[in-house]
Design a protein around this ligand. Structure first.
Ligand code: ADP
Length: 261
């Protein structure tokens, strides 16, 4: 699949009635979401509405309290035997997480490794890929994010935008089925935001399935197949960005959009 208008009907993410609380704070109050292969879904909403928590639940950085999440047909975190849920072993959970790439607000690159070494790290140590192959693939990925000539730079020698592009290449190195982005541009100086969004746009065009928490409305409007507006742990409305962003139906969405536009 190479174009965004050729999405398959295969759900890569299916979340049903997901709930999560931190002590008495109910952060997710029954979230449903379907993301089909090749789709880009943007999660929008005010700070504290549960977007990051939901993203972290998808790849099991958080354990959900109720509901279910499947990624590419795999029930995340649990084995469903005759209607009884059994928690998977940590090893199995780690295997499930390997299929999902995640890019954070802060890039968290290894400071003592060069760009190419950062990208090679997981394929070698987690997947057992040989060093030569891992290096060749890492160089190709750095080329893809526009950093072919920065492969031997250390993080401190790169701008925030360049570091974030290395972080994207590093996530892609594991050949994920799904990429999760948690406000990937919000820690960047404004002039560096565009280069990161351009890489994400390119990835979307290449057919990567993506869930993106962002406040970048132009990106959501231009790239997302679907936007989901969350507030206080619920999905208030979701659908085509031209509907939700340009013709919001709910007061909460209208009020949020009037603040971020
Ligand atoms: P958003 O991404 O929409 O800004 P978050 O998912 O980050 O929202 O946060 C939703 C709520 O969950 C907030 O009230 C936040 O304080 C709380 N929260 C998030 N992570 C934790 C945690 N690890 N422990 C306790 N509370 C948390």
């Amino acid at each position: 699949m190479t174009t965004t208008d050729a999405h398959s009907d295969k759900p890569i993410v299916r979340a049903l009635n997901v709930t999560k609380a931190f002590h008495s704070n109910e952060v997710l109050k029954g979230i449903d979401l379907d993301v089909h292969e090749g789709q880009v879904v943007c999660l929008l909403g005010p700070s504290g509405s549960g977007k990051t928590t939901f993203l972290r639940c998808i790849n099991q950085l958080e354990t959900i309290d109720g509901g279910r999440i499947w990624v590419d047909g795999d029930l995340m975190g649990y084995d469903d035997r005759e209607g009884q849920l059994h928690r998977l072993t940590e090893k199995r959970i780690a295997e499930q997480r390997r299929e999902i790439g995640m890019v954070f607000q802060r890039f968290n690159l290894f400071p003592h490794k060069t760009a190419v070494e950062n990208v090679m790290e997981a394929p070698i140590h987690v997947k057992g890929v040989d060093k030569k192959t891992a290096r060749a693939e890492a160089l190709a990925l750095l080329e893809r994010v526009g950093l072919g000539d920065h492969c031997d730079h250390f993080p401190a020698q790169l701008s925030g935008g360049q570091q974030q592009r290395v972080a994207i290449a590093r996530a892609l190195a594991m050949k994920p089925k799904l990429m999760l982005f948690d406000e990937p541009t919000s820690a960047l100086d404004p002039e560096l935001v565009g280069e990161v969004l351009a890489v994400m746009r390119e990835l979307a065009r290449d057919g990567m399935t993506m869930v993106v928490v962002t406040h970048e409305m132009a990106f959501a409007r231009g790239v997302a197949d679907k936007v989901v507006f969350m507030d206080a742990g619920v999905v208030v409305e979701s659908g085509d960005p031209r509907d939700v962003i340009d013709r919001p139906q709910h007061e909460r969405t209208k009020s949020f959009l009037s603040r971020v536009h």
